[in-house]
Design a protein around this ligand. Structure first.
Ligand code: ADP
Ligand code: MG
Length: 307
């Protein structure tokens, strides 16, 4: 989301447009798939910490009543937390101010996160009767854009009102898909919902890509699924180059409360998430360098082509 600012002339007499990463530089990525167990939370944690290791300021937001993001980041009993995403969203609904840093927990691996717990399920039901019910999360995250360069939302396994809130707040959706099951039908439904939200509520929403997870490289089945997904979706949707392999090491990280980079730094899962991090940086990146546009009048209102 770079902005092209004024047109200036460089020493060679060429017209130069300065690309500025301004208040809009923050990218919000919803990690979503209505199927459970496909690696959404694991991806949120390891992509988030991967981005932080690359120097980005990262906030992870848990939009799932299960609290598994909180658990993966070392909080053993999220249901006992006093302040979670629920309190923050309730304040937005009631037009109350949140204080800076409210509900945000700092993790030792350089990211901030907002946990959730079972109370989010109650809020989801309550949202139905609220005005502007689809934009509550966007209102809150809009304020957070100034403070972070990436905000990742760990969505719940449903396409209910909280997930719709996440998709309305986001710039991009990243879809983890488990390679061990043929997900064509479920994916179609998700892509349709994303399309509807794009048309009706959030025109800037884009699918960042499909990430194949839990890929058992020893089986033909996983390979066939991956080929099939590329065949069916590859033309319309980006498929991330590298997949995340199936490994017990990935499953262990949740219990440890830390990322795969600390738990098994040399393993194939760490390698997979590092490669994903690089690809996400490239796909969403905004490089602070001038674009030369010889002889072209540049408009300050134009948007940068960063996708
Ligand atoms: P979701 O958030 O979509 O429900 P999770 O990230 O919680 O999915 O993953 C579901 C389960 O699979 C968890 O027990 C997790 O530890 C495990 N898991 C995640 N990624 C991998 C992987 N690459 N290999 C093996 N197990 C994994
Ligand atoms: Mg999850």
């Amino acid at each position: 989301m770079c902005r092209l600012s004024e047109n200036v002339t460089n020493e060679n007499g060429k017209s130069v447009v300065n690309v500025e990463c301004t208040e809009n530089r923050c990218k919000i990525i919803a990690i979503s798939n209505q199927k459970g167990g496909v690696g959404k939370t694991t991806t949120c944690v390891n992509l988030g910490i991967g981005l932080a290791r690359a120097g980005e300021r990262v906030l992870l937001v848990e939009a799932d009543a299960q609290g598994s993001l909180a658990v993966s980041l070392g909080i053993s009993e999220p249901d006992k937390l006093d302040v979670t995403l629920v309190n923050i969203l309730e304040k937005v609904i009631n037009d109350e101010e949140t204080w800076p840093g409210e509900g945000i927990i700092r993790h030792e691996e350089g990211i901030d996160f907002i946990p959730a717990n079972i109370e989010l399920a109650g809020l989801e039901t309550a949202l139905v009767n609220i005005m502007s019910r689809e934009t509550v999360m966007r209102q809150f995250l809009q304020e957070m854009r100034e403070r972070y360069s990436y905000i990742l939302i760990d969505c719940m396994p449903s396409l209910g009102m909280i997930t719709i809130n996440a998709l309305v707040a986001a710039d991009y959706v990243l879809v983890p898909v488990e390679a061990a099951y043929l997900p064509v039908k479920g994916l179609q439904q998700l892509i349709k919902t994303i399309g509807n939200i794009h048309r009706k509520l959030n025109p800037s929403l884009e699918i960042l890509g499909i990430l194949l997870t839990k890929v058992d490289r020893r089986t033909n089945f996983a390979r066939e699924t991956s080929v099939k997904i590329r065949e069916v979706y590859g033309e319309r949707v980006h498929i991330f180059e590298n997949c995340i392999p199936l490994s017990v090491r990935a499953a262990e990280t949740a219990a440890e409360g830390k990322s795969i980079y600390l738990h098994d730094p040399k393993g194939a899962v760490a390698e997979g998430y590092l490669s994903l991090t690089e690809e996400v940086l490239t796909l969403t990146g905004c490089e602070d360098k001038p674009i030369e546009s010889e002889g072209v009048e540049a408009s300050g209102q134009q948007k940068g082509g960063v996708q």
